[in-house]
Each structure stands twice: as structure tokens, then as C-alpha cells.
Design a protein around this ligand. Structure first.
Ligand code: GLN
Length: 467
């Protein structure tokens, strides 16, 4: 079996038809991890029990057990707690932290029969857009070794793109699943806020954290999300709505109205504009309608994000006081300290009226404008990143330059809408994604549109040449 050719679907067929076992499949990935992880840094920790888990899955299959992810090797981002392994959130502060319980997502994946092959790297605590803010080695882009992978779910993006596992989970607080999706030529999903439980995922910003899949294909992502999603008594912000089998309803005759938001295209590099326009044209050729819109509050989304999300970061990270978990606060990296300071300042008394409260008012305005616009269209489509994957080290010393990476992804986090990055034509030989944003809890439409884009491009067939 050649794992570079596998998707979730074909791996499942292979397992069902006894063409290979989960132990063999897991072994193939472990060999690749051994070979490539020292260079690519996709994993913080490899699960020493992965083959034991795979064997248990094979035994269940032999007994006739049918489970949605039985024997599938996948990898949670290292901020998802799994009681059998350490969870570092890629910070040395938690270098030796072994959780006492599983996150709801990991429990669901285990109950679905999945094999946890390892825990993936990230910008520590989720703080970053490139993968460079990690204490466990910077992940390298499988399509261009000297370039970044996008962040913060950088390890899951790298692992899936480099075929070191079949699928990865990520947490998207301001773009962290869509960004590595776009830069690593994989599908990165941010579900609606409240669709997937946040329980047991080390919190970055509680009002925007959204857990979702990174996969090679849209169908894989759709199936993966239907396993992860759902109401959870342990997370009061999850909603009691049925979770569709998204992957069974990808084909549709529906004709959509697609909104192009002017503010997403302002100042966009011409090469990017051309590629995005070509993708839009292909959708028009399928009979969908395009409507041009303006959502003025989008221009202020990044400052809103910075003032509200950083305040939540400061609050959530106060529990890491060196007494209860891991090492003390000296172990926080520069970027994390910067965010704690900005966030504390923005929400503290005497300043909150000027900063945090204004940003919250702006956030309400943005949410309202999104909602109104989404009454006239089925989805927004546009770019994910304003520029191509940059060289490792190029932006790291200038936080403001780095923050620019997030201007097109943070709006959907502030408003809670579901969004996906689906691979389209490369720009200057480097991966690039199309962003699709839909109405709250309408992930089904989002996957249907993404599926059509994928049919047009089939970028997952273009495997990287690893060094
Ligand atoms: N890149 C964004 C940031 O640095 C988003 C990170 C995330 O979604 N976790 O805050």
C-alpha cells in the first residue's frame, strides 16, 4: 500500500476488504514519521502505543464491529487532551503535563475506533499564523521546505500534507485551521462556534475557539466533522442540533448565490486575485450566481480580534501559575507574553471603555452585517491569506507583519460562522486555498460548495516531494 495515495475513504475500503490491516497501515505511517518528522517537525510526541491501538482496532474488526473511523491513524493537535499522552500545547511550560482526562473530541474519536498516532505541533497555545512560535521545532512546509506551513495548527497541516497520518484535528480561534489548510494544500475547517465541544482543549479564547478537521479531501473532512460534532453536556456553549452526515450529502443540484465581499479583495496581490477569480468563474460556469457586496466592519476585524481575543488569552492563561500545572510563567514565549500584556491592558478598568468594550461593540456590528449579508447570499467566497507562504524567519521578528496574516480569517471567528479553506491553483508554485464562509450551522452548504471546488481542481492528487 502507498499511503501517499490514500484518503480516509480509500483507507476505509482497503481495511474493509482486508487488503491491509490497521497495524500495517499504522506501521507505514510510523515509518514515514520516523523518516520525515526529524526534519518537518509535524509531531510533538509520537504515541508509543499506536500499534497497540491499531491491533485492538483490527481485533474489533475481526469480530465484525463497524465503527466510523475504525483503525484509522489520525493525530490530534497537541492542545487536545488525551490522557494517555502528554499535552504540551507546544509550550515547554507543559513539557511534562499528562492530563487526567480526555477532551470530548478525542473521546469521540476513540469511541469511533480511531488510532491516535501522535500529537501534532502548533504555535504554542495557538498563538501564531505561521507555526514558528513553538518550543518543539518549527514545522516545514512539505511543498517548499524553506517556507512556513501556516498556523497555528501547523503540525496537523504538515502531517496530513506529508502523509504522516490520514487526518488531523485543529483548533481555529482566528484562522488556525484554514491557514495551514491554505499553505499546505489540505482542507482546513472551522465549524460554527458551538458545533464542536471545546471541553478538554487547552483554551486560547473561549468565545472564538472552534475545533475542526484538517484532511486531504472535502469528503474526508465532512465525515470527520460528523464524528467530532454535537451537543456536549460538558460544554455549555455547544448547541442541541442534530449533526448531519455531511459526507452523504455532498452532491447537490442546488444553485447557490455566492457573495464576494469587496473588503476581502482590497490590496490583494494581482496573482492571487487572478487565481481566486478563476475559481469563482468555474463556479459561475456551474450555474451559480455571483453577487458583489460590501461589509464595511470587516476592515476593523483585526483590531477587534486583537483587543477581545488577547483579553481572553490573558484570562485563560492565568491558570498556568506554576503551581497547578507544569513549570512557572517564565516558560511562556515572547509572543504569549506580548498577548497577555495587550489583553490585560485592553480589558482592565480605566482602559476597557476605550479598548475592550469598543471592540465588543464593533464585533456586534460585524456579526450583524454578516447576518444581513448572508440573508442575500448562501455563502461568501474569497481568499484565506493576503500573501503566499513566506520564508521561515521572514516575519517572525515583526509581530505587526505577522498579524497581517490574519485579516481575512478572523472575521468568521468573531461572528461564529463556519468557514473552510479548500485547495485551489498554486500561486508562484506555492499552495493556496479558497475560503468559503456560510450561515451559522450550515456546514452542509459549505461542504457542498467546497466539494464542487475540489472537483474542479483535485489538488489533493498533487503530492509534495519530501526532502
Ligand atoms: N493566527 C491567529 C493568531 O495568531 C489565529 C490563531 C488561532 O486560530 N489559534 O491569533
Amino acid at each position: 500500500m502507498d499511503v501517499t495515495e490514500l484518503t480516509l475513504k480509500s483507507a476505509q475500503t482497503g481495511l474493509e476488504q482486508n487488503r491491509f490491516t490497521s497495524v500495517e497501515l499504522t506501521q507505514s505511517y510510523l515509518e514515514r514519521i520516523k523518516k520525515y518528522n526529524p526534519k518537518y517537525h509535524a509531531f510533538v510526541t509520537v504515541n508509543p502505543q499506536a500499534l497497540v491501538e491499531a491491533k485492538a482496532a483490527d481485533q474489533l474488526r475481526a469480530k465484525g464491529k463497524k465503527l466510523p473511523l475504525l483503525g484509522i491513524p489520525l493525530a490530534p493537535k497537541d492542545n487536545f487532551l488525551y490522557s494517555k499522552m502528554r499535552s504540551t500545547a507546544a509550550s515547554k511550560l507543559l513539557d511534562n503535563y499528562i492530563p487526567q482526562y480526555d477532551s470530548t473530541v478525542v473521546s469521540k474519536l476513540k469511541a469511533a475506533g480511531a488510532v491516535v498516532i501522535g500529537k501534532t505541533n502548533l504555535d504554542f497555545w495557538g498563538h501564531g499564523s505561521s507555526g514558528e512560535h513553538t518550543d518543539y521545532g518549527i514545522p516545514h512546509n512539505p511543498y517548499a521546505f524553506d517556507r512556513v506551513t501556516g498556523g497555528s495548527s501547523s503540525g496537523s497541516g504538515t502531517a496530513v500534507a506529508a502523509d504522516l497520518c490520514l487526518m488531523g484535528t485543529g483548533s481555529d480561534t482566528g484562522g488556525s485551521n484554514r491557514q495551514p489548510g491554505s499553505y499546505c494544500n489540505v482542507v482546513g475547517v472551522k465549524p460554527t462556534y458551538g458545533r464542536v465541544s471545546r471541553y478538554g482543549v487547552i483554551a486560547m479564547a473561549s468565545s472564538t475557539d472552534s475545533m475542526g478537521p484538517l484532511t486531504k479531501t472535502v469528503e474526508d473532512a465532512a465525515k470527520f466533522l460528523s464524528v467530532m460534532a454535537g451537543h456536549d453536556l460538558l460544554d455549555a456553549t455547544t448547541v442541541k442540533l442534530p449533526v448531519p452526515h455531511y459526507h452523504l450529502n455532498l452532491e447537490t443540484e442546488r444553485k447557490f448565490t455566492l457573495g464576494l465581499i469587496a473588503e476581502y479583495f482590497e490590496g490583494l496581490d494581482k496573482k492571487y486575485l487572478k487565481v481566486i477569480e478563476a475559481a469563482v468563474k468555474k463556479l459561475e460556469d456551474r450555474g451559480h450566481q455571483v453577487k458583489r457586496l460590501s461589509i464595511p466592519a470587516v476592515k476593523y476585524a483585526y483590531p477587534m480580534y486583537c483587543l477581545t481575543v488577547f483579553a481572553e488569552i490573558a484570562s485563560n492563561l492565568s491558570r498556568f501559575d506554576g503551581i497547578r500545572y507544569g513549570y512557572d510563567r517564565d516558560a511562556f514565549g515572547e509572543e504569549t507574553k506580548r498577548r497577555i500584556m495587550i489583553g490585560t491592558h485592553s480589558a482592565s478598568s480605566g482602559y476597557a471603555d476605550k479598548y475592550y468594550n469598543q471592540a465588543m461593540a464593533g464585533r456586534k456590528m460585524l456579526t450583524y452585517q454578516f447576518k444581513q449579508a448572508l440573508e442575500t447570499v448562501d455563502a461568501f467566497i474569497g481568499p484565506v491569506f493576503p500573501f503566499p507562504p513566506f520564508k521561515i524567519g521572514e516575519r517572525e521578528t515583526d509581530p505587526l507583519k505577522m498579524y497581517l496574516s490574519d485579516v481575512l480569517t478572523v472575521p468568521a471567528n468573531l461572528t461564529g460562522n463556519p468557514a473552510v479553506s479548500v485547495p485551489i491553483e498554486f500561486v508562484n508554485g506555492l499552495p493556496n486555498g479558497l475560503q468559503i464562509i456560510c450561515k451559522h450551522f450550515d456546514e452542509q452548504t459549505m461542504f457542498q460548495i467546497a466539494h464542487q471546488v475540489e472537483e474542479d481542481y483535485q489538488m489533493y492528487k498533487l503530492r509534495p516531494k519530501l526532502v
